[in-house]
Structures are given as structure tokens and as C-alpha cells.
Write a protein that binds this ligand. Structure first.
Ligand SMILES: [Zn+2]
Ligand SMILES: [Zn+2]
Length: 245
């Protein structure tokens, strides 16, 4: 223990700790300056179902975006904390693709504090458990860990909702949704998930966590399978939201 502390203080001298985003020296993985640059979503002005930010006049309740008017999602509601851009985009990228696993501490805490402050509809949805979208075996192999499980672990500790691992599983590999044209995304994800332990979700209210909401097809497909297998409600919370052109 003493040796570890000694070693880490020597390492701090050689490689002073830095913000993983702006590289400024400091003790935090994401510095306060970078946190304040994250563009959070004005939750008063979003689609009531999918949480898509609306640029029109603030809603007079129960107003839906153009997609939810055509097709109601399988989940009850989806909400995202901030826009997928700038600092947050860099942080998610470093966390997912550059092996910066320790960013989960900051991002998971940030999610929990954000629902406390700005998202009563998620904070008080009385979720029985937090579940996550599973990675494909190929992606799990190349990344070495499911980053969303790391995030969910931290989030659930701060939000005081148990995290249940391995509820959903992928039955086939899918292409990354980001790489596909819009019209291919829905069919890419259809039938990709199964429930491993249906008894564990029967009659329960679940909060499904993910990092980015793009078209919502992935989380909606997960919600469809969870509801079909007996979950009472599925709520979606994502760290960020990609604004589609
Ligand atoms: Zn920084
Ligand atoms: Zn919507």
C-alpha cells in the first residue's frame, strides 16, 4: 500500500495527471472547465416520448416530434442529458475507443446528478433496475470491456438503483448504426436481441442506459423485447443525443 502510494507519487511527477479532454494538468480526469462546456438539453422543450430537442416554441404539454406522431415507441419515455458534440463527444470517444475506462467515474456521476437536477421524469420513474444495451462479441473482444456497464455501475451507485448485468444479449452481430444510412438502421437492429433471464424482469420497471441516442432504433428494439418478455415499463436514459440533420 505504502509502496503503491510511493510509486504513484513518482509517476505523478514524471507524468503529471491531466484532464483527458483538454490536457490541462490537474487532478481530475475531466476538469471543471470542460464539464461546464457540455451543452445540456433544455428538458422543457423536448418531444414527450423520445426526448428530441425541439427548436419551435416551448411545448404546451403532450406534443410529439414528427417521428413519434407516426409511430409510438415501445419504451415509455427516452431522455438524453446533453448534446453529442464538443467536450462530451471527445469524452465519450476517449472512453469508448481509447480505453480511458476511468472516465466512467465522472460520466456516470454526471448522469446521476443531471437526473436529480433536471430530469424528474426519470428520477421519479421508480425504476427497479438499471439495464444496458449489450455489445456484440466482436466489439467486446476489440474493446475488452462493455463501456456502458462501467457507466451503469457508477450511475446506479449514485442514483441508488441496482444495476442488473446480462439481462439482454445479442443473438447476432450488427453493423455500427453510425456507419449506416438512415433507412438501413432499423432493419440492421431488428431481431438482434434476446432476454437471457425473463424471470428477472417480469413485472419490473427498467431503466435502460446507453451512451448516445441517434435514431433510437437500438434502444427501441431493446424495449420491444423487454416488454414482450414481461417488463412492466422501460425508460431510456442516454448520456448524449446526436442531433440528426
Ligand atoms: Zn479539461
Ligand atoms: Zn419523439
Amino acid at each position: 500500500m505504502v509502496l503503491n502510494l510511493y510509486l504513484s507519487s513518482i509517476l505523478d511527477l514524471i507524468f503529471p495527471p491531466r484532464c483527458q479532454i483538454c490536457r490541462e494538468p490537474g487532478p481530475e480526469n475531466i476538469c471543471k472547465n470542460c464539464i461546464t462546456k457540455i451543452k445540456t438539453i433544455d428538458q422543457k422543450n423536448v418531444c414527450v416520448y423520445c426526448g428530441e430537442p425541439q427548436n419551435d416554441q416551448p411545448f404546451k404539454n403532450a406534443v410529439l416530434c414528427s417521428r413519434c406522431v407516426i409511430e409510438k415507441p415501445h419504451y415509455t419515455i427516452a431522455r438524453s442529458i446533453a448534446i453529442y458534440e464538443g467536450t462530451l463527444k471527445k469524452a465519450i470517444h476517449a472512453f469508448k475507443f481509447k480505453g480511458k475506462k476511468n472516465l466512467a467515474q465522472h460520466l456516470g456521476k454526471f448522469m446521476a446528478l443531471s437526473i436529480e437536477e433536471n430530469l424528474p421524469e426519470i428520477r421519479y420513474c421508480h425504476a427497479d433496475a438499471v439495464v444496458t444495451v449489450p455489445l456484440s462479441q466482436n466489439r467486446l473482444k476489440s474493446r475488452g470491456f462493455n463501456q456502458i456497464d462501467c457507466l451503469a455501475e457508477v450511475f446506479s451507485a449514485y442514483a441508488n438503483i441496482p444495476h442488473e448485468k446480462d439481462i439482454l444479449a445479442r443473438v447476432r452481430d450488427t453493423k455500427p448504426q453510425f456507419d449506416l444510412p438512415k433507412h438501413k438502421r432499423k432493419e440492421n437492429i431488428q431481431g438482434a436481441f434476446v432476454i437471457k433471464r425473463p424471470n428477472d424482469i417480469y413485472g419490473r420497471r427498467l431503466l435502460l442506459l446507453d451512451d448516445i441516442y441517434t435514431t433510437g432504433y437500438t434502444v427501441n428494439e431493446c424495449a420491444k423485447v423487454l416488454i414482450k418478455c414481461g417488463a412492466a415499463k422501460v425508460y431510456i436514459l442516454t448520456l448524449s443525443r446526436a442531433i440528426l440533420a
